[in-house]
Design a protein. Structure first.
Length: 151
C-alpha cells in the first residue's frame, strides 16, 4: 500500500522539523496515541508509541516502534516501523520532506507499507480510507501542537 500527500503548516520549516522529532508533539498529534517515549536500542534510539487506532481489525492497544533511519535537518526525515499484532504485521517506511514557503512550510510525505496476516486480507479501500481519516486528524492535531509551541 502506498500513501502520498502534502500539507501546508503555518510555521517555519525548522520549527516543523523539530516538532516531527519531538515525542510529546507526536503523542499529542497521533490519533489514539496513549504514550510516546524514546527507548535506547543497540541499533540506536527508537520512539516507542502505544496507540489504540480506530482502524477496523486493529482495535485495542498496540505498541509501535518508530526508527529514524535518515535525518537531513531541516528538510527531510525518513521513518521506519514494523508493528506486529494478532492480526498481522506491517513493514512501513515514510519519507517526509519539508520545503520553506512564505510564512509556512510545505510538508510532503510518501509512505509505503507491506502487510502480512489478516490485515493484508482487508480490502484496500477500507484500509486506505481509515488511514486517510487518521492522517487528516494527525495533521490537524500536529498543526495545533506546532502553533502552540511558537515563542
Amino acid at each position: 500500500m502506498d500513501i502520498t500527500g502534502n500539507q501546508k503548516i503555518k510555521a517555519p520549516r525548522q520549527q516543523v522539523f523539530q516538532a516531527l522529532l519531538d515525542p510529546e508533539t507526536l503523542r499529542n498529534s497521533i490519533p489514539g496515541c496513549e504514550s510516546a517515549e524514546i527507548i535506547d536500542f543497540p541499533t540506536g534510539p527508537q520512539l516507542k508509541l502505544v496507540v489504540s487506532p480506530n482502524i477496523p481489525g486493529f482495535k485495542g492497544s498496540h505498541t509501535v516502534f518508530l526508527q529514524t533511519i535518515q535525518v537531513v535537518p531541516p528538510s527531510r526525515v525518513v521513518l521506519a516501523a514494523q508493528p506486529t499484532s494478532s492480526v498481522g504485521s506491517i513493514d512501513a517506511t515514510c519519507v517526509v520532506d519539508l520545503e520553506e514557503d512564505a510564512q509556512s512550510t510545505n510538508l510532503s510525505y510518501n509512505a509505503h507499507a507491506e502487510m502480512q496476516g489478516k490485515i493484508a486480507a482487508m480490502p484496500d479501500m477500507i484500509l486506505k480510507g481509515a488511514v486517510k481519516v487518521a492522517l487528516d486528524q494527525f495533521f490537524k492535531n500536529f498543526e495545533k501542537q506546532v502553533d502552540s509551541a511558537k515563542v
